[in-house]
Write a protein of this length. Sequence first.
Length: 105
Amino acid sequence: MFFDLQQAYAMAPPNGQQGGGGSLISTLVMFGAVILIMYFLMIRPQQKRQSEHKKMLESIKKGDRVITTSGMHGTVVELDDKTITLQIGENTKVKFERVAVSTKI
């Protein structure tokens, strides 16, 4: 123990300057705080939006009016597990991936 104290004293900076031991802890605390702030401001809201979008996609049925991510407005006429067929005109039907639906009107 006596040797450890001598070694610590020898490693201390001269002229009464503070050592770097405390700065490591404060750096880790700041790093943790930044990660926590990023989680609550960016990651968590994105996860909520993804879950809401997934629920909306699961609730789509025939006859619903939807808007795709490309801005196409249409009425759902057919549904599969991964695809959706929209009627966008009188004789015009277009098949999209189900995830391409952005909103349900």
